[in-house]
Structures are given as structure tokens and as C-alpha cells.
Design a protein around this ligand. Structure first.
Ligand SMILES: *Cc1c(COP(=O)(O)O)cnc(C)c1O
Length: 435
């Protein structure tokens, strides 16, 4: 399997090269040259197949022999060694809980897979690998956790000061060892811009072996397909589900679309956005116009220029009508998000986090629109991407009662924060790295 750059200038590379580089030298994103077809046997036996075996089968063609089968299976087994339960919330809506990993958010899977792959690839590398990651909250902690103690790899995390939750900040800044946190006095988009610039800086790249751990890295992006298989594995509906995905950088939903194009039966996708609605407006108008990110209570989705949009274009050959036939999109503002948390708690005794609430509400909106058009409400599920505890301030206000903080998080809150404060300027990052 070869990967080409979405900018079509850089040469093709294999999975190993794409994982180590992160981004292509021409600033494009790597994209697989062929989309593998899923074996009929795997689809037919999904319910009896173990999570690790599914992961292995799904990812194997993408890894294309750069990791031997036995090692790859071990990496897969380690990556998914926790639960992904599908929980029924209302008559028509279920929640695929993706928050049972070590940092209580869905990015654990991608981060665990990528860190193990990089660890494997760095075995024969002379230079130490530096992983540079911009985070709006959850990526950073998932990546930090995935890499903690992995030999030959140093991780530098950039996060927007004051724009991540207390728990997220503690998760980013208290690990120590090979993990360093830079606290940027700006937005997530600033962090992302700084990281992108670092990758194109020739002088810097001569000194350091830089790689990215953002959702643009194929080793983080591709394993997100697993969620959709685990959803189908537990799905009891007569028809395939509609799947609503709370979206920011669109890595997660793009992985789901990839799985569907490979043959996984999904009825339709809903891209659930908060007020950062670039993609919703694209589906409405056909125009993709980036914006300055605005802060919301579902802050891991505060992205004004979703980096995986180009991969969606690539996947569907730039065919706007085809994209519209696979995906619908709804925007959900903060007021509706909070009302959804409150309403679902009251009516169904289920506690949503703000991101899941955006997913839930967008799925409801899609359901009502379909009901009006066809007279039937489709059954579906949304991805619950974070544990409500990670956003307890918002959730408690909405449901009017405290969310218990488990012991492991109480311990985390006591640890000492260690970060380096920098201005949102590339030179600050560079001088730190050249240090
Ligand atoms: C990152 C994140 C999202 C958005 O996922 P993308 O792949 O960037 O679209 C949604 N919810 C939570 C909790 C996240 O951490």
C-alpha cells in the first residue's frame, strides 16, 4: 500500500514513511492509493470476531507489510484492550461510548496505535523522534498517555492557554518523563499553525526528526475506523444505522466514511458541528470557507479550518453530490447543547458530555427531517466521544447536580502542573525546539 499527498507533489511513500513523517513535504495529507474492500467473511462474522482480530483485519492492508503480522496483531490487541459499549438511550438513539480508555476520550485508540507503530519504527532509527502535537484538549492527553515512557521518542504538546478544561490541562501537564507541554497564549488554530510551520522549516528539520501526532497522521487517523466496526458488531437494528459524529478536525468521521466506502454497512453519516460550522455551510452552499474558530462548551470541536476536509474530498473524488449523498450536517449552538444534556438526563437518565450532546442533537435533527420527508424515523447512534466528567462544570450546570469524580481523577487534580508559557508566534516555538 502506497500513500500519496493530497497536494500531489511529494513522492508516494509506504505506511512506515507516512507514519514517521506525519505530513507530506508539500504540506498535503497522506492518503491511501487504493481503498481496500472488506472481506465478506469478516463482515458476515463480525459479531463472533474479537475486537483485536477485527482491528488487525481492518488495518492490515493499510500497514502493507511494514510491520510483521505478529507484531501488528500485538499492537492492535494493546490498542483496543478496553470496552466500546453501545448503550440504548431512547427508542431511536443509541450511544457508542468511546470514553473507556485511559484518558476517558476517544482519541486514545488512535494515539495508542500510532505510538506503538512509531515505537516499532524507531527501533532502527539513529536520531531521536520528536512528536509535535497541537491540541484543543483531548488529543494531547491521549497522545501523551500513549507515548509515556516509549523509548527514543520525545513529545511536545502545544495547547491554548485557558481554553482546555482543568482535568485536560492536568492530563497534559503532569506526566513528566518524555512529555513536555507548551502553554500557548492563543487559540487552538494558533497552535495548529505553529506546528504546521515547524514541519516546513528546513533548518529545524535538519536538527530534529520531527513528526506530527495530530489526526492528520495516518497511524492516528486510520485506526479510528475500528469504532464503526464495533458499533456494527453490537447493532441490533434491522437496517444499518445512521451514525452521528461530533466533528472538529473531521478525522473521526472521515475514518468512518473510509470504512463505509470499504463496504461497512452504514445507512448515512451525520457530521455534528457546534458553532464552528464550516462543513455544515459547505453542504448547504457548496462553498468551503474557513473561519476563525469560536470558543464553545464543546471545545474539542472548536476548529475553523478542519484539516481532514481535503481527505473527504479525496475519498469522494471531489464529487459534491456524492458527498451530500453520504453525509448530512447540522450545527448545534451552546444553548441547545446544554438543553440537550439537561433533557436527555431528565427523560432517559443518561448523562451526555457536551460533544456527545452535539452528536445526539444533530442526530435528532436528522431524524425529524427524515420523518417529515419519508414518514419514518431512522434508527441511529452517535459517538459519545468523551466522558461527561471531563467537562463536569458544563454538565453539572445543565443537570443541576454534581457528577462524581472517580478516585483516579482526584489524584490527577493534585499533581503539579508543569508547562512552558509561549506567545502564539512561530519564533517562540522554534527557539524552544532549537533550545
Ligand atoms: C477531538 C474530539 C472531537 C472531534 O474529532 P475530530 O476527529 O477532530 O473531528 C470530538 N469530541 C471530542 C471529545 C474530541 O476530543
Amino acid at each position: 500500500m502506497q500513500y500519496y499527498s493530497t497536494n500531489k507533489i511529494s513522492p508516494k511513500v509506504d505506511f512506515k514513511e507516512a507514519t514517521i513523517r506525519g505530513q507530506a513535504p508539500d504540506k498535503g495529507l497522506y492518503f491511501p492509493e487504493q481503498i481496500p474492500f472488506l472481506s465478506k467473511t469478516l463482515l458476515a462474522s463480525l459479531k463472533q470476531t474479537s475486537k483485536a482480530d477485527i482491528a488487525f483485519e481492518v488495518i492490515r492492508p493499510y500497514v502493507g507489510g511494514t510491520i510483521p503480522d505478529a507484531d501488528l496483531h500485538e499492537i492492535c490487541a494493546h490498542t483496543v484492550n478496553f470496552e466500546f459499549p453501545l448503550v440504548q438511550v431512547s427508542d431511536n438513539i443509541s450511544s457508542l461510548e468511546l470514553f473507556h480508555g485511559p484518558t476517558l476520550a476517544f482519541k486514545d485508540v488512535g494515539a495508542r496505535f500510532m505510538s506503538r507503530c512509531l515505537g516499532y519504527f524507531s527501533r532502527d532509527n539513529k536520531k531521536k523522534i520528536t512528536v509535535l502535537v497541537a491540541t484543543s484538549g483531548d488529543t494531547g492527553s491521549a497522545v501523551a498517555n500513549g507515548f509515556l515512557g516509549v523509548e527514543g521518542v520525545e513529545v511536545i504538546i502545544l495547547y491554548p492557554s485557558g481554553k482546555v478544561s482543568k482535568i485536560q490541562e492536568q492530563q497534559l501537564t503532569t506526566l513528566g518523563q518524555n512529555i513536555k507541554a507548551l502553554e500557548v497564549q492563543g487559540t487552538f488554530d494558533d497552535c495548529q499553525k505553529m506546528v504546521k510551520q515547524a514541519f516546513t522549516d528546513i533548518e529545524l528539520n535538519e536538527k530534529l526528526f520531527l513528526t506530527s501526532a495530530n489526526s492528520i497522521n495516518v497511524a492516528r487517523w486510520l485506526p479510528q475506523q475500528f469504532y464503526y466496526f464495533y458499533a456494527l458488531q453490537q447493532w441490533a437494528g434491522a437496517e444499518p444505522p445512521v451514525i452521528s459524529v461530533p466533528s472538529g478536525n473531521f478525522g473521526n468521521i472521515c475514518a468512518g466514511l473510509l470504512a463505509a466506502v470499504s463496504g461497512l454497512p452504514v445507512k448515512h453519516f451525520v457530521a455534528a458541528c457546534n458553532s464552528n460550522d464550516v462543513f455544515t455551510r459547505y453542504l448547504e452552499s457548496g462553498l468551503f470557507e474557513t473561519m476563525e474558530a469560536v470558543a464553545t462548551i464543546s471545545n474539542a470541536m472548536d476548529v475553523g479550518n478542519p484539516s481532514n476536509f481535503v481527505r473527504i474530498l479525496e475519498l469522494f473524488g471531489n464529487d459534491y453530490q456524492k458527498i451530500k449523498s453520504f453525509i448530512s450536517s447540522y450545527r448545534v449552538n451552546d444553548i441547545t447543547t446544554a438543553e440537550t444534556i439537561q433533557g436527555v438526563f431528565k427523560e432517559f437518565n443518561y448523562t451526555l458530555d457536551p460533544h456527545g450532546a452535539v452528536g445526539y442533537n444533530a442526530l435528532e435533527k436528522y431524524g425529524s427531517a427524515t420523518l417529515t420527508m419519508t414518514g419514518a424515523c431512522p434508527k441511529g447512534l452517535f459517538l459519545e466521544t468523551a466522558h461527561p466528567l471531563k467537562f463536569s462544570d458544563v454538565v453539572e450546570k445543565a443537570i443541576g447536580q454534581p457528577v462524581d469524580i472517580p478516585a483516579q481523577l482526584q489524584e490527577l487534580l493534585k499533581l503539579k502542573k508543569q508547562s512552558v508559557v509561549v506567545k502564539p508566534e512561530y519564533d517562540e516555538l522554534k527557539s524552544y525546539l532549537m533550545g
